[in-house]
Design a protein around this ligand. Sequence first.
Ligand SMILES: Cc1cc2nc3c(=O)[nH]c(=O)nc-3n(C[C@H](O)[C@H](O)[C@H](O)COP(=O)(O)OP(=O)(O)OC[C@H]3O[C@@H](n4cnc5c(N)ncnc54)[C@H](O)[C@@H]3O)c2cc1C
Length: 495
Amino acid sequence: MKTRVGSLQLGRLPCKSQHTTTPHPRPPQRTERNRTRLSRLATALPPTMPSPSLRLAVVGAGAAGLVAARELRREGHAPVVFERAAAVGGTCLYDAAPAASSADPLASGAAHSSLYASLRTNLPREVMGFLDFPFVATAVGGGADEDPRRFPGHEEVLRYLEAFARRFDLYGLVRFETEVVRVRREDGGGGRWAVTSRKLGEKGKPDEEVYDAIVVCNGHYTEPRVAHIPGVDSWPGKQMHSHNYRISEPFHDQVVIIIGASASAVDISRDLAGVAKEVHIADRSAPACTCKRQPGYDNMWLHSMIDHAQEDGSVVFRDGSSIKADVIMHCTGYLYDFPFLGDDSAITVDDNCVDPLYKHVFPLEVAPHLSFIGLPWKVIPFPLFELQSKWVAGVLSGRVKLPSREEMMEDMKAFYLKLEARGWPKRYAHNFADYQFEYDDWLAEQCDHPPVEKWRKLMYAANSVNKAARPESYRDEWDDDHLVAEAKEDFKKYL
Ligand SMILES: Cc1cc2nc3c(=O)[nH]c(=O)nc-3n(C[C@H](O)[C@H](O)[C@H](O)COP(=O)(O)OP(=O)(O)OC[C@H]3O[C@@H](n4cnc5c(N)ncnc54)[C@H](O)[C@@H]3O)c2cc1C
């Protein structure tokens, strides 16, 4: 049987799960005796045959790592979550003073988060939340800091993730300020992995422990992708990446060029227009002759992409026009990066495509003992993380079956052929703009979970239309109150 994901065919469905009962949540089994028993059990099994209860390492305690930990534990596994920050939340943990130095302003430096101070969500909260833990004020906990807006500020998103961690008792699973520095496949089969981690700020030898499987949730918003600009090395201005942008004040009276046209570029250009002398947006998809003043602004223009930069401080666009600029801000997205994985992980990152993976989660060669949660972009991330996590948890316990390696390979090849037929470059492999819900529903089906709610799909579409129609005010004006009412009715099940 074939399943279609939008116009991209994702190929054969693996066997359905063996039984349909929801596994009863069990506390993690953390005693030494149990660990030894579980390790022995895992060693005795061939790499592709999962064990009913495994000791698992989860890398990262952002939204993906938290929901992965919950799902793994619900399935009866014993996850340990490694988090190099001192708190949960990942990129939602706002970092007011990113550490990019003036010597290397484009580097990720030690910045933990990619959020800017003014950030409000670009998805309505009803859509954004996990499937069974609605992102509503009651779930977040209310209180004096509450931000009840439908498109709240980033602080509210962090409060929501903290509330999720409290509600599902996840804090005890997390080893804070502990960085995973190396994940190495154990010799001798069994699919186990040695994890080397280091407690930050402590000297001495890093720890090494063996786990039955690794679930990678390290996010993809920390390693900046930077546009190549001929001549920029001798251009005297300042370059930075949106990763290190926080507030507009330092750009007072400056001429800023923003490269990019996606969510961050849109938000930051509007933020800057309030204080900067001029803001120029360079969009590589705009025709070469583009030079348009932006509606509603007298100091913001849209251009084609930058052609080159010059020593005299000017920056030349593809139409030959030029401006003298103080700052070039790269709002050009991020790169996937797994510095702790070696060749034995059996994946590569080529042109920002993580490969070869079955359904963007399992590396073919080492499945299911290594998995990735959260690679897809242009999605509603939290519900997708949740469904991927349910799938991984079920596969690891043997409740849900993966197809044979050959079938997974065929599926992946078919996926790449479709990508090619669309004329999409490899770096769009994890761009799910056109088929996220088909993918979500496919995952749900594997886990005997209901598909994503109809109201959520409709609301997501309505928000896209509203955003295009009211780019300045979509967060405060909308036409889909009937869907909000439906969502709230649905949420009663969980509150
Ligand atoms: C500017 C911006 C705006 C956004 N707006 C929205 C929005 O409006 N709505 C929405 O739904 N989503 C939005 N998103 C996306 C959403 O925030 C992310 O998809 C989500 O937070 C990613 O979660 P994650 O757990 O995958 O990764 P992260 O949040 O990046 O978490 C990864 C965690 O892994 C840890 N880690 C990494 N490597 C290691 C290691 N080696 N050892 C130990 N720990 C490690 C990191 O410290 C981090 O805490 C936005 C993202 C950005 C950047």
